[in-house]
Design a protein around this ligand. Structure first.
Ligand SMILES: Cc1cc2nc3c(=O)[nH]c(=O)nc-3n(C[C@H](O)[C@H](O)[C@H](O)COP(=O)(O)OP(=O)(O)OC[C@H]3O[C@@H](n4cnc5c(N)ncnc54)[C@H](O)[C@@H]3O)c2cc1C
Length: 375
């Protein structure tokens, strides 16, 4: 068994692990990153790639998202990652949705959000995908950025290795942490600090901590279209009325309870399965669509085609693309705490477990890691 030495060990090659490795290496630390799979296969590669500050509640979390976005733009430039800095549009077709969106446009700028209400004609000028029939208008925000999760998760490790000197150990599960020793694969490393970013695997390394954490899992079903022809561009990422009841940022809107009540009464199936519909584009031009939310530690391994149908039925009310053919379907799972926006535990001196950013891990990653390292 070989003996090796680093300042920092990172467990997990998802976006939280990569972000912690990035900041630690930029701070001059010698970093080793362990990922148990040959390449990342967890939540980070299965997502929309949306860096979405718009969804974070005003205050600390929105600020963390904006800090994260700033780091993302640095990383994107340095690692030459494909991305769409195209902002977002929340489009609305019902009066109660328009009321909530307009309330947000009135209240949120004072809380640091860069948002504007657009009328229907202005929305259509910004997006070739939005359905014009019945459109009342939309919320425009320039801050949202989309990266391609596959390209990012598979190429950022090489950047960390080649440009920042991070040692990569893929196909290598960490099986024991007893500082200064970290055991992984056939190696024992000596390190000062460990960041455990193991995603929804929260029982292997610290079972007692996680048994008491209250963290659960959330399963999401996703779809992707064929690459759009002739380099057709989506423009801003899209969301619609259902999303207004999903992100806690909209909690500042006085009319939100009435909107939620109307949706619950009219379409309870969308509440039952936690469905709202987001639309983003990949580097290859495909359109990523989702999502649904099923909570519980025991994740159903079988997908439910009827939930995909509900997503597509709602999508048809607000967006269409030149090629609507669905070519990929998958599900992803993330760890989530019922009350906390993320969790950080210190199960032993020198060890920090950072996990459960829920549906916002891509958005928060670099800001959350900066906070872990007190940057
Ligand atoms: C379908 C879907 C869509 C989403 N869309 C978005 C979005 O658009 N925007 C957004 O902000 N967030 C989104 N999210 C949330 C976001 O993807 C997650 O919050 C984030 O990816 C969590 O990152 P992570 O690094 O903690 O976990 P993961 O990406 O799951 O990575 C954890 C890694 O740790 C490894 N690991 C675990 N244990 C060990 C061990 N002992 N040794 C070595 N390796 C280990 C695993 O193999 C895994 O690769 C979405 C999530 C899903 C599932």
């Amino acid at each position: 068994m070989s003996q090796t030495r680093a300042d920092v060990a990172v467990v997990g090659g998802g976006i939280l692990g990569l972000a912690h490795a990035y900041h630690a290496a930029k701070a001059g630390k010698r970093v080793v990153l362990f990922e148990r799979s040959p390449r990342a296969m967890g939540a980070s590669i299965r997502n929309f790639g949306m860096v979405w500050p718009m969804g974070q509640p005003a205050g600390k979390m929105h600020q963390m998202a904006m800090t994260s976005r700033r780091h993302w733009l640095d990383v994107i430039a340095a690692a030459k990652l494909p991305h769409y800095p195209t902002g977002s549009l929340h489009v609305v077709y019902r009066e109660d949705e328009a009321t909530v969106a307009q309330e947000f446009a009135a209240l949120a700028p004072a809380q640091g959000f860069d948002v504007t209400w657009l009328n229907a004609a202005q929305v259509l000028e910004r997006s070739p995908a939005v359905v014009p029939e019945g459109l009342l208008g939309g919320l425009w925000s320039p801050t949202e950025v989309v990266v391609d999760p596959r390209v990012t998760l598979w190429t950022l490790p090489s950047f960390l290795s080649e440009q920042l000197g991070v040692t990569l150990r893929y196909n290598t599960a960490v099986t024991s942490i007893d500082l200064p020793r970290v055991t992984a694969g056939g190696e024992t490393w000596e390190v000062d600090t460990v960041y455990v970013c193991g995603g929804d695997d929260f029982q292997t390394l610290y079972p007692a901590v996680f048994a008491e954490s209250g963290i659960t899992r959330c399963k999401l079903q996703m779809l992707r279209t064929a690459a759009q022809p002739n380099q057709w561009q989506l423009g801003p990422s899209l969301a619609a009325g259902l999303t207004l009841r999903f992100y806690s940022s909209f909690g500042m809107c006085p009319s939100l309870p009435q909107l939620k009540a109307r949706i619950a009464a009219e379409t309870p199936e969308y509440d039952q399965w936690g469905i709202h519909v987001l639309v983003s584009q990949t580097a290859a031009g495909e359109i990523t669509l989702g999502d649904t939310h099923e909570y519980g530690l025991a994740v159903d391994i079988f997908d439910k085609p009827e939930l995909d149908d509900l997503v597509l039925r709602y999508l048809a009310t607000f967006a269409r693309f030149p090629d609507q053919t669905i070519t990929q379907r998958w599900h992803g799972v993330y760890a989530k705490h019922p009350d906390q926006p993320y969790c950080r535990f210190a199960p032993a001196p020198g060890v920090q477990v950072v996990t459960a950013p829920g549906g916002s891990g891509m958005t928060l990653s670099f800001g959350l890691a900066a906070e872990t390292l007190s940057l």
